[in-house]
Design a protein around this ligand. Structure first.
Ligand code: UD1
Length: 431
């Protein structure tokens, strides 16, 4: 047995340009939406990451044919003839639950293994179910499987989500696409990935208005009117934002192309507040820094608020900034595992429920650390570039879930970082 790790060495600066990938969180849902198109859809700008491989396996299990050519997926869903997804795949990736809405839309039923909890909180799916119940779907549990049926067929509904959940908005929207009548989803999540998904559904024949705002209106169309389509995935604002944080951390300038600056509005505001130079036009964003970082307070909120998926990366900046920062996590109840790893490297952070009080001007030292989720993992690699000496990051499968060639891209910017394989003995020496 051996383990792949990332080794990050102290690096004076990183600078240059990175082209962001297509958004993982959009591509995954575009893939499941293709079930409603019942034919050969083409999805472009899809990142080559392990979450996408898992979703390809989910689609293959239900009978679809998925072919990848570079960053393009050809998905033939005309052959989909099953509506059950097994636990071994759903347990690998919670986002597998997003097959639920499209399967019910296509077959009037689904049997989907319940996703377990996950390290960043309980991550319930009650709002997905409440939303779809308003559309005529009935749910029962059967030995760890969620069984969805539509004994009286699908119909339109007026749904108000308790919280603007991304997954619940998407599942409900995909199901309502083929539910006869006029459905409204209020308090909907507004993330750019939801807008992207609605665009793809419309290209397939759906009638959806308002996606990207908190009020979505869907005029259900018959399933027979849905057809395959070709679509290019929106740029990954979180991947792009991660590299921009790298520029803020070490000085940059780092330029990211392929992400709309609008989609990173709040993180760019925070970078400016922290003393960074931020420039952008329609196609690129550049972040550099010539002055010391200054503390700021951050609270994560649904879009257009500050994204929880950039919280760890910014906590790293706060740990180095002059002054004390308060980071408040409002989206996931347990997303501060990164803080304990950063404290192992010398950061001074006090966690109080969903607040982290980050005392600045820490001196970071290289240490063996573990990625606790994909964003924490990406942030730990950046921390390793700042820290004295050498940082060994373990559990890097988390990073591979969401960042295509993260190490290669950082190296292009001049970072001293590499992937290595350690033997069992070398791993035990770290413990
Ligand atoms: C998606 C993103 C994830 C991002 C998150 C918030 C994907 C694959 N993942 O996750 O990267 O961090 O949005 O921007 O797109 N909740 C409930 N009941 C539900 C659904 C959600 O209580 O039925 C809670 C969750 O536990 C969490 C909060 O609502 O505390 C937000 O979750 P949600 O917006 O649904 O996130 P995901 O879609 O899982």
């Amino acid at each position: 047995m051996s383990e792949e790790i990332i080794v990050a060495h102290q690096t004076d600066n990183i600078s240059g340009t990175i082209q962001a990938s297509g958004a993982k969180n959009s591509a995954l849902k575009l893939m499941t939406a293709s079930i409603l198109g019942q034919g050969k859809s083409i999805i472009k700008n899809v990142p080559d990451i392990s979450d996408i491989h898992v979703m390809s396996a989910v689609l293959t299990t239900i009978g679809a044919k998925v072919d990848r050519k570079d960053h393009e997926l050809l998905i033939d869903t005309s052959t989909v003839d099953k509506w059950e997804t097994p636990y071994n795949l759903v347990s690998k990736m919670r986002a597998s639950i997003s097959v639920l809405g499209p399967l019910v839309g296509r077959f009037g039923r689904a049997r989907v293994a319940m996703p377990g909890g996950c390290q960043i909180g309980a991550r319930k799916i009650d709002m997905h179910l409440i939303g779809m119940e308003q559309l005529g779907v009935e749910f029962t549990m059967d030995h760890g499987y969620l069984v969805a049926t539509t004994p009286h067929g699908l119909h339109a509904g007026n749904i108000v989500l308790e919280f603007p959940s991304v997954g619940a908005t998407e599942n409900t929207m995909m199901c309502a696409t083929v539910a006869p009548g006029h459905t409204t989803i209020d308090n909907a999540a507004c993330e750019p990935e939801i807008h992207d998904l609605a665009n793809f559904l419309c290209e397939m024949g759906a009638h959806i208005k308002g996606a990207g705002t908190s009020s979505i209106e869907i005029e259900g169309v018959p399933l027979s009117q849905m057809h395959p389509a070709e679509h290019s995935t929106v740029g990954d604002r979180i991947e792009g934002g991660t590299f921009l944080v790298g520029g803020a951390l070490l000085g940059g300038p780092v330029t990211v192309t392929g992400v709309s600056p609008k989609h990173l509005h709040m993180p760019l505001v925070k970078l400016r507040q922290m003393g960074c130079d931020v420039d952008y036009d329609d196609t690129s964003i550049t972040v550099g820094r010539t002055k010391p970082l200054v503390a700021t307070d951050i609270q994560t909120l649904p879009y257009p608020g500050f994204p929880t998926d950039l919280q760890a990366q910014f906590m790293l900046l706060c740990a180095l900034a002059k002054g004390n920062s308060i980071v408040t996590e409002n989206v996931f109840e347990n997303r501060f595992m990164f803080a304990s790893e950063l404290m192992r490297m010398g950061a001074d952070i006090v966690i109080d429920d969903h607040h982290a009080i980050v005392h600045g001007e820490s001196h970071l030292e290289g240490a063996p650390v573990k990625a606790t989720d994909l964003r924490a993992g990406a942030a730990l690699v950046l921390a390793g570039l700042e820290a004295d000496g050498k940082t060994i990051i373990r559990n890097i499968h988390h990073i591979d879930r969401g960042y295509e060639d993260y190490v290669g891209n950082l190296r292009k910017l001049g970072a001293h970082v590499e992937r290595e394989t350690l033997s069992d003995e070398e791993i035990s020496a770290l413990e």
